[in-house]
Design a protein around this ligand. Structure first.
Ligand code: ADP
Length: 415
């Protein structure tokens, strides 16, 4: 089955075409046939296409909206530039899988999209005004372009966290705010946490019920997840993806009284303060230099920049505190798993996060940590330690494609 995976951001559309089936899932032999991204939709966009074997194409062109972006992707799949070959016709696309950011309280797992599902996603727009409208637009556009007969699935960032107990997802606010407005912790990055936990089980041969992990997704956005007996039982992102760890431009946890204080002192409106917390804080805000971890490490190491070093310290310290609190919440874990652009590629950050945790049985193998870069699954903890450590590259697109196939075949997506 060829599944087109679509991930619509506010001004981007990422896509990947994946050939998969029940048998390929069982044997881990799914294949990607094409992938790419259209960035800066609405202006002069940047379009990138990649096919297996090293074929790459880049161009810039005006792309009006997400509908036009999807049309461009579909044209590329059947008539790719520079003699690349992907598909003979669009009829070779068997299903579409969409990443949808927010499933609210309703969607506890991935679903095939019908009118009722579309309506429910629309009902959650209030909770994710920056994301869900784009997801819906691309769902509509795919239906218009490929026809009603092609099944489409929605895979939610939030649904993996539906197993959080109420004492973990409720804030200590008046309960009426939860009842009236559904103010609670939802958690995000669920597809990534779920994928690396699944890979950990495959690599180590453990059953789902025996899997107790702390997964750290460290990319532009960062989150931690406590996984007990295979289920998410706590996670650091909350009502929105702003809470929790320090991120590229997001502050993560802070005292909510700071919002009003900054607004008064800086003469800003609350939406302006919220934008500052989302776009000008985190690594960028502390360092005053960059939100990019690679550049930040270079500034700290090569230029000995004090604020770059401080940003790294605050980043690692926050992550370490979450590891400690999740170990307490879960009563221990088997391993910590690093993923995301930073988690998969930065031995320095992994080392800093794990520093001083030897007393709780975590000891990195320096050599293994150094070589675990560039998309390799690798154990980085020393042999025989009580708390293991792994690097497992995430692959949200693959999990979306697999969920789509499972739904089309009528199989459960809880695996
Ligand atoms: P997104 O969350 O947007 O998918 P990624 O998961 O790709 O982002 O993560 C991007 C982050 O990963 C950036 O901060 C980037 O600097 C960082 N990163 C990528 N490669 C390295 C590396 N070799 N060392 C340190 N950080 C890296």
């Amino acid at each position: 089955m060829n599944v087109l995976v679509l991930n619509a951001g506010s001004s981007s559309l990422k896509f990947q075409l994946i050939a998969t089936s029940a048998e390929q899932i069982a044997t881990d032999t799914d294949e990607w046939l094409a992938r790419g991204v259209i960035e800066r939709i609405g202006g002069n966009s940047l379009l990138t296409l990649e096919v297996p074997g090293g074929g790459k194409h880049r161009e810039s062109a005006p792309v009006r909206d997400h509908r036009a972006a999807l049309d461009h992707v579909l044209r590329w799949l059947t008539a790719p530039p520079e003699g690349l070959h992907i598909l003979d016709s669009l009829s070779q696309i068997d299903a579409v899988g969409h990443r949808v950011v927010h499933g609210g309280e309703y969607f506890r797992s991935s679903v095939l999209i019908n009118d009722a599902v579309r309506q429910r996603i629309e009902d959650t727009i209030d909770l994710a005004p920056l994301h869900n409208p784009h997801n819906l637009r691309v769902i509509q556009a795919a239906r218009a372009a490929l026809g009603e007969g092609i099944p489409q699935a929605a895979v939610f960032d939030t649904s993996f966290h539906h197993t959080l107990p109420d004492y973990a997802y409720l804030y200590a606010l008046p309960y009426s705010l939860y009842r009236r407005h559904r103010v609670r912790r939802y958690g995000f990055h669920g597809t990534s946490h779920r994928y690396v936990a699944y890979r950990y089980r495959r690599i180590t041969g453990r059953a789902r019920e025996e899997t107790n992990l702390i997964t750290l997704h460290l990319g532009n956005g960062c989150s931690a997840c406590a996984i007990s007996r295979g289920d998410s039982v706590d996670t650091s992102m909350g009502f929105t993806p702003l809470e929790g760890l320090v991120m590229g431009t997001r502050s993560g946890d802070l005292d909510p009284a700071i919002l009003d204080y900054i607004a008064v002192k800086e003469g800003m409106s609350l939406p302006e303060v919220e934008s500052l917390l989302n776009k000008q804080s985190g690594l960028l805000g502390i360092s005053g230099l960059t939100n990019d971890m690679r550049e930040l490490i270079a500034e700290a190491v090569e230029e000995d920049d004090r604020r770059a070093r401080l940003a790294l310290q605050i980043f690692a310290y926050r992550a370490r505190k979450y590891i400690g609190s999740y170990l307490a919440a879960m009563g221990g874990a088997d391993a910590i798993v690093f993923t995301g652009g930073i988690g998969e590629n930065s031995p320095e950050v992994r080392q800093m996060v794990c520093e001083g945790l030897e007393w709780m049985g975590l000891q990195l193998d320096g050599g293994a940590n150094l070589t675990a870069v560039g998309g390799r699954e690798q154990q980085i903890g020393s042999e025989g330690t009580r708390l293991g450590a792994w690097v497992i590259p995430t692959n949200e697109e693959l999990l979306i494609a697999r969920d789509t196939v499972r739904l089309v075949l009528g199989l459960s997506t809880r695996f």
